[in-house]
Design a protein around this ligand. Structure first.
Ligand SMILES: Nc1ncnc2c1ncn2[C@@H]1O[C@H](COP(=O)(O)OP(=O)(O)OP(=O)(O)O)[C@@H](O)[C@H]1O
Ligand SMILES: [Mg+2]
Length: 334
């Protein structure tokens, strides 16, 4: 399988000296869903803008579907789809008209366009709203329309920059469902930045964490969680009188035992193998176990570990980039 995106020592220093992307390298395999995570101002949007030819790198190189983004931006644009957090649909046009414009921009033939627009409106549950002006749409409807516009020309790689920010949980779940379907049907490579770590965890085959313009961690969500270790097994015996601390501390993989509310909290590596071993150790010591639970670290904890910052889900995009990228996007449309 070849790579859909190859990034080598990519750099973007803005006039004024902010180095938003500072020597970033990674590859996204064809058909993969790749998550790009990072705190506000980390360089996510700048990276997406470089890969989608909205900005020019000041160093390094990037290939999308094998095409160099600097040498041949036109070809790159035809092969990618792009959905931004900010609404890019035209308010004063209907949903259908917006899709027709996208089709024309990407050179989709009229007959193909009509059929695809019909299919997409149906799929995105916008058939009834298709004839209404977009300014009357809810946030979720706009996002579905923009997703439709982003995939109308059947892109090889779909870039989504915080596509679900501001949507309610139902809207978010719905949007990811569409993205999953698109991926399944057409094998589209997905490059997504998101503030919702649980979504990255569910959707993405691999993730990279960027901070201050540099990648600080990359791997499958499971690998990253493994790296920070620290599974927690909670074990409660039926009879709390005997002290099980020495018994549990001897279980392989257990790093620390804490007594807690009649039970025990075991910090360990590979909790899934500690669970049966701990139960067996209790059994051998003639202690019955009432309950045992395993908690794996979440991507939130991984994020905290690698960036030293908690991930706040309610954070919006940087004020700087909202206006900027809207301009870039509009210019590109023209
Ligand atoms: N046009 C610009 N000129 C100067 N600095 C910029 C410009 N655009 C972005 N920056 C700066 O580059 C850095 C990275 O910004 P970027 O928008 O890529 O971050 P981000 O990871 O997308 O953040 P967020 O989560 O807030 O969207 C920030 O310090 C930002 O202020
Ligand atoms: Mg951003």
């Amino acid at each position: 399988m070849s790579d859909a995106v190859v990034v080598e020592q990519l750099e973007k220093t803005f006039p004024g000296g902010v180095r938003a992307v500072d020597g970033v390298s990674f590859a996204v395999r064809e058909g993969e869903a790749f998550g790009f995570l990072g705190p506000n101002g980390a360089g996510k949007t700048t990276t997406v803008s470089l890969l989608t030819t909205l900005l020019r790198p000041t160093g390094g190189r990037a290939l999308v579907d094998g095409i160099d983004v600097v040498a041949d931006p036109g070809t790159v644009r035809r092969r990618i789809g792009l959905v931004f957090q900010e609404s890019t649909a035209e308010d004063e046009l209907t949903g259908r008209e917006n899709l027709e414009i996208s089709a024309a921009l990407y050179g989709v033939s009229r007959s193909d366009a009509q059929k695809r627009i019909r299919d997409l409106l149906e799929r995105m549950q916008l058939v009834e709203a298709a004839g209404r002006l977009v300014k009357t749409y809810s946030g979720g409807m706009r996002r579905r329309l923009e997703l439709a516009a982003g995939i109308l020309h059947r892109p090889k790689v779909l870039f989504l920059d915080e596509p679900t920010l501001g949507l309610d949980p139902q809207g978010r779940a719905g949007l990811w469902e569409y993205v999953r379907e698109i991926r399944k049907e057409s094998g589209t490579t997905i490059f997504v930045t998101t503030h919702y770590l649980d979504e990255a965890d569910q959707l993405c085959d691999r993730v990279a964490i960027i901070d201050h313009g540099k990648i600080v961690a990359a791997g499958t969500p499971a690998e990253l969680k493994e790296k920070i270790g620290g599974d927690v097994v909670t074990l409660v015996p039926t009879d709390g009188t005997a002290d099980l601390t020495p018994v549990l501390a001897r279980v392989p993989g257990v790093l620390q035992v804490q007594k807690q509310d009649g039970g025990y909290r075991l910090k360990c590596l590979r909790g899934e193998s500690v669970v049966p071993a701990a139960v067996e150790a209790c059994f051998t010591a003639h202690i019955a176990v009432a309950s045992v639970a395993l908690k794996k670290p979440s991507l939130d904890e991984v994020f905290l570990e690698f960036t030293g910052r908690a991930f706040r889900e309610d954070e919006g995009p940087s004020a700087t980039d909202t206006a900027l990228r809207m301009n870039q996007f509009r210019q590109r449309k023209r």
